[in-house]
Design a protein around this ligand. Structure first.
Ligand code: UD1
Ligand code: MG
Length: 399
């Protein structure tokens, strides 16, 4: 394993430098092809090349293509001494196929600006090759139950087909959850870096803990080149962004995390590294399901005079909302989770329901870079919290 791991690290380091060199060289080409956006939190109107996830995604895939012969050398060189079997070979190839599919679909989204229903459909389709391999290789659809339920049920139950629905949903969730916690410079890449580092740390801890660890090795081999290419992207996407990552990057990242979670059998642990994204998703649900009006962009509002960001608003009249809409508004209002004002003609101006705006409600108008750091610190604290509960809690509930 050590030789494969060292080669993987070396390939990742080379991938980092190539990506860092390539990104500035490709900026003009993207703008010429009309793949650019305008930074809505600046008042300079500069064209910023968009969808650079496609560049890091390609280098990430090429790195893995070049890496394949190393741990699977015996397939090519008839040397049985190395550590990976044909099953893992198929898993890695199917992981690459799903990630590759997601890059293609994400890029299509950036260029064609697809509708929300497609955004839900795309990751489901892209995860099919992976689910097929899962079916052939493991087909384990049994979940362990916590100790307290052992007396009522058994220690584990087989949920059959629903396990596949769960895995498909995981891919849909991971891809979209990163995409909707976005809109300030560096946030999409920053959160992905923290999740990637958390997954790598978890894999290493598991490898040191257990002797049987092929699943975690496979995850490490995928995560290291991902981390390297994403780190290179961070240099250009952090405040002030000179490139935007596009939905390509968000989909590619979400799919990469879902793939390692599924193949590594740690999808529940993976979700613990997504706490800010889960909170943002739950808080967003009334707008995502259009119970409360959802504008095209929900990112914070830039004030050119002060140069600071304030929370952005959506507006509606209470009697325009459905019954569910009114219910959610009432609940959010009662728990003081929103900031709103009502005009004389009963129009309600309420903050857009994102974690980013929620932070601004507490901090007051804030500089973009400071806000980004604040949310990333929150992500780090959540990851540390996840590690604090993974081992002790697993012991209490499952042993
Ligand atoms: C998601 C969010 C949307 C948010 C957008 C920002 C939901 C349902 N959708 O939409 O509310 O406004 O992401 O990415 O929550 N941009 C910036 N600064 C940045 C990053 C992006 O101004 O740091 C702007 C640029 O104009 C860029 C555009 O956002 O071109 C990209 O938006 P896009 O990724 O297409 O939005 P969605 O993913 O559909
Ligand atoms: Mg997006």
């Amino acid at each position: 394993m050590l030789i494969s791991f060292i080669c993987n690290i070396l390939i990742s380091i080379i991938a980092y430098f190539i990506t860092r060199k390539l990104i500035p060289n490709l900026k003009e080409m993207f703008i010429r092809s009309n793949i650019y956006g305008v930074d809505l939190n600046k008042d300079n109107g500069i064209k910023i090349p968009e969808a650079f996830g496609v560049v890091t995604g390609c280098i990430f895939l090429i790195s893995l293509f070049l890496f394949i012969p190393i741990p699977f050398g015996h397939i090519f060189f008839k040397d049985k001494s190395d550590d990976f079997s044909n099953n893992e070979f198929v898993e890695l190839i199917s992981a690459l196929l799903s990630i590759c599919c997601m890059i293609l679909l994400g890029f299509a989204d950036d260029v064609l600006d697809l509708k929300w229903r497609h955004k839900l459909l795309l990751p489901t389709i892209a995860s099919l090759p992976l689910l097929m391999v899962y079916y052939v290789n493991f087909n384990s659809t049994t979940i362990m139950l916590p100790k307290i339920l052992h007396d009522i049920f058994t220690s584990s139950i087989n949920i059959g087909f629903f396990y596949y629905v769960y895995m498909g949903s995981l891919a849909v969730f991971c891809t979209n959850a990163i995409n909707i916690l976005a809109g300030i410079n560096g946030l999409e890449v920053g959160q992905s870096l923290i999740i990637a580092i958390s997954v790598i740390a978890f894999n290493l801890l598991q490898i040191f803990k257990d002797s049987v660890s092929e699943k975690h090795q496979l995850s490490l081999y995928i995560m290291c080149p991902y981390l390297a290419t994403t780190l290179a992207l961070w240099e250009f996407n952090k405040y002030p962004s000179s490139v935007f990552v596009g939905d390509t990057f968000n989909y590619l990242s979400g799919m990469t995390f879902a793939v390692v979670g599924i193949l590594g059998h740690f999808s529940k642990t993976l979700l613990l590294f997504f706490i800010p994204q889960i909170l943002n998703f739950l808080y967003s649900t009334p707008q995502l399901f259009h119970l409360i009006p959802c504008p095209r962009h929900r990112l914070p509002k830039f004030d050119p005079k002060s140069g600071l960001l304030n929370y952005s608003k959506t507006s509606f009249k209470l009697d325009e909302l459905s019954l569910f809409g009114r219910f959610f508004f009432f609940v959010l209002k009662s728990f003081r989770l929103i900031k709103y004002e009502v005009t004389k003609d009963s129009v309600i101006f309420c903050n857009n329901l994102t974690l980013i705006n929620f932070f601004i409600i507490f901090t007051g108008p804030i500089h973009e870079n400071k806000l980004n750091s604040l949310i990333l610190y929150f992500q780090i604290v959540c990851s540390l919290f996840a590690f604090m509960i993974i081992y002790p809690l697993a012991h209490i509930f499952y042993n």
